[in-house]
Design a protein around this ligand. Structure first.
Ligand SMILES: Cc1cc2nc3c(=O)[nH]c(=O)nc-3n(C[C@H](O)[C@H](O)[C@H](O)COP(=O)(O)OP(=O)(O)OC[C@H]3O[C@@H](n4cnc5c(N)ncnc54)[C@H](O)[C@@H]3O)c2cc1C
Length: 443
C-alpha cells in the first residue's frame, strides 16, 4: 500500500465554518499516536459509518477499548459537508423495480437510522437544527413532473403518506414560482451535518479514544493482529472497522468498484428580516430535484439558502479552486433564477464533497477479511444508510444477530467491477454530460 491517497477536502465547507468555535476545536487525544497503541477495536474514518460504529461498539463492549482515527478533523469529510437530508424512503434505483419487500426493508433500515440518531441527539442535547420538516421533491419542467408522477405511483404501492403541492401552495413554503409542483413526504428529517457529526463526536462514550488528523498510512494483519501505521506510531487492534467509504480502495479493497464523484454546494449568509419578507417563504425546508441531475435547495432554520448541484468525476478525490470558482458562478445563476429578489445576498461558502457510486447501485456491508469490517458505497444517500450500517456492523462484529442485520445483508451486495482507465473516465464523463443535458430544464 505505497503512496496511499489521503483525503484532502477543501477548507470552505459552510456547515463546518459556521459551527461555534468550541465545536470546531479538536476533540482529540492531546498527543499524536507514537509508539504502539493497543486496542480491542480500531475504527478508521469518523463519518456516519465510523461514528455510529464507534458509539455502538462502545455501548456493546463497555469493558473494551475503542480507538477512532480520522485523517482530517471529524466533520471535515463528506459526512460534514452534505445537504443534511436523513432520507427515509428508497432513493433512485432502490425505488424502481418490482421487489416491494426489498423496498420495505430499505425503509425500515433508514427509519432505524433516524431513530438511532434522534435518540442520541435528544439524550445529549446535540444542537444540529434537527427537524421533522420532511422532504419536498420539486419539478421545474414537464420532464420533472413525469418523474414526480412516477414517484407518486410507487409511494402509493408502498402505502407511504405523501402530498402533491401545486405551484401556488409550494410558493408559500419555498418563496419561488420556479417549480411547477412538488411531492412532499413527511418522514425525512433535516439537520446541519457538521453540527450533528461533531455533536456525536463530543459525546462518544468514555472507553473511546479519538485521534483526529491522524491518517492511517498502511493496514496489514500480522500474526492475527491488525497493525495500522500512522506517521509516528502504530495501532495494534484485534478488529478493525473501515468507515472510509471511497478511500476503502486505498486499503486494497473494493478496488475498481466505486466511482469517485464530487458534488458541490454553496451557502449564503443569513437573510435579513427585510430580505426574508421579500423572499416570502418559510424557514426550515429542504427540496431535492425530481430528476437527480437537478438542484437540491435548503432554507435553514437560521435563514441561509444552500444550493447543491453539478457532478465531477474525481479520481484524486478532490477539486481545485478554479473548478469551485466556476461552480460558485453556476450556483449563483441557480439561486438568481429562483430568487431574483435576492440578488444582493451573496454566497459565503462554496465547497465540494466526494461520494462513491457503483454502476449496479449496490452498497457493500460485511466482513472483508477476518476481523476487518466495512460498509461503503452508499450511492450518495449515506447519512441514514451509513448510520444504520455502521451500527449494524458494530453489532455483527461483536457477535450479534438481528432481523435488521439480516435485512441489511439482504439489501447489500458487491459493487460491480468498473472498466479500466482511460475507458472509465471517458465513459463516466460522457454519461454525466448526457445526464446534465437531458435534465437541463430541471437545474
Ligand atoms: C454535497 C453533498 C450533498 C450530499 N447530500 C446528502 C444528503 O442530503 N443525504 C444523504 O443521505 N447523503 C448525502 N450525501 C452523501 C453522504 O454525505 C455520504 O454518503 C456519507 O456522508 C458517507 O459517509 P461515510 O461515513 O460512508 O463516509 P465519509 O463521510 O466519506 O467518511 C470517511 C472518512 O474516512 C476518513 N479517511 C479516509 N481515508 C483515511 C485514512 N487513510 N486514515 C484515516 N481516515 C481516513 C475521511 O477523512 C472521512 O472523514 C451528500 C454528499 C455531498 C458531497
Amino acid at each position: 500500500m505505497n503512496n496511499i491517497k489521503l483525503p484532502a477536502d477543501d477548507n470552505s465547507c459552510g456547515w463546518f465554518e459556521i459551527l461555534s468555535p468550541e465545536y470546531q476545536q479538536h476533540m482529540s487525544e492531546p498527543n499524536p499516536i507514537s509508539g504502539v497503541e493497543k486496542t480491542d477495536w480500531l475504527v478508521i474514518g469518523g463519518g456516519f459509518v465510523g461514528m455510529s460504529a464507534t458509539h455502538r461498539l462502545a455501548e456493546l463492549n463497555p469493558e473494551q477499548r475503542i480507538v477512532l482515527v480520522d485523517a482530517q478533523k471529524i466533520g471535515h469529510g463528506t459526512s460534514g459537508r452534505n445537504s443534511g437530508f436523513v432520507i427515509d424512503l428508497p432513493h433512485k434505483s432502490d425505488l424502481v423495480g418490482d421487489d416491494i419487500e426489498r423496498k420495505r426493508k430499505v425503509i425500515e433500515l433508514n427509519r432505524a437510522a433516524i431513530q438511532y440518531l434522534e435518540d442520541k441527539i435528544m439524550r445529549h442535547g446535540i444542537e444540529c437544527q434537527w427537524s421533522h420538516a420532511g422532504k419536498l421533491q420539486g419539478a421545474v419542467s414537464e420532464r420533472g413532473v413525469k418523474f414526480l408522477e412516477h414517484f407518486q405511483r410507487l409511494l402509493k404501492e408502498l402505502g407511504e403518506p405523501h402530498e402533491m403541492l401545486d405551484q401556488a401552495s409550494l410558493r408559500k413554503v419555498v418563496g419561488t414560482q420556479y417549480y411547477q409542483q412538488a411531492l412532499y413526504t413527511p418522514g425525512c428529517p433535516l439537520m446541519q451535518p457538521a453540527a450533528l457529526i461533531r455533536g456525536l463526536l463530543a459525546h462518544v462514550p468514555e472507553n473511546v479514544s479519538v485521534w483526529e488528523e491522524t491518517p492511517i498510512l498502511n493496514l496489514e494483519r500480522r500474526n492475527g493482529t491488525w497493525v495500522a501505521q500512522t506517521a509516528n506510531g502504530q495501532v495494534h487492534a484485534k478488529n478493525v472497522i473501515l468507515g472510509t467509504n471511497i478511500y476503502t480502495e486505498q486499503f486494497g479493497h473494493m478496488k475498481s468498484r466505486m466511482l469517485p464523484i464530487m458534488t458541490f454546494a454553496s451557502m449564503t449568509r443569513p437573510l435579513t428580516d427585510e430580505e426574508f419578507s421579500a423572499y416570502g417563504g418559510t424557514a426550515d425546508w429542504g427540496l431535492t430535484p425530481a430528476d437527480h441531475a437537478g438542484t437540491t435547495l435548503r432554507m435553514t432554520q437560521d435563514r441561509r439558502l444552500v444550493v447543491r448541484n453539478q457532478y465531477r468525476f474525481v479520481p484524486n478525490y478532490n477539486s481545485d479552486l478554479a473548478t469551485r470558482e466556476k461552480i460558485h458562478v453556476m450556483h449563483r445563476e441557480s439561486l438568481e433564477a429562483r430568487y431574483p429578489m435576492l440578488k444582493a445576498v451573496t454566497f459565503e461558502h462554496t465547497w465540494g464533497g466526494v461520494l462513491s457510486l457503483s454502476s449496479n447501485s449496490q452498497a457493500f456491508f460485511g466482513e472483508l477479511e477476518p476481523g476487518l469490517f466495512s460498509s461503503c458505497c452508499h450511492n450518495g444517500v449515506g447519512v441514514a444508510r451509513g448510520t444504520i450500517s455502521g451500527k449494524l456492523l458494530a453489532e455483527m462484529a461483536s457477535g450479534g444477530d438481528s432481523k435488521l442485520q439480516q435485512n441489511m445483508q439482504a439489501v447489500s451486495g458487491m459493487p460491480a467491477r468498473l472498466p479500466p482507465e482511460p475507458f472509465l473516465g471517458i465513459g463516466v464523463r460522457a454519461r454525466m454530460a448526457f445526464a446534465k443535458w437531458q435534465s437541463r430544464s430541471e437545474v
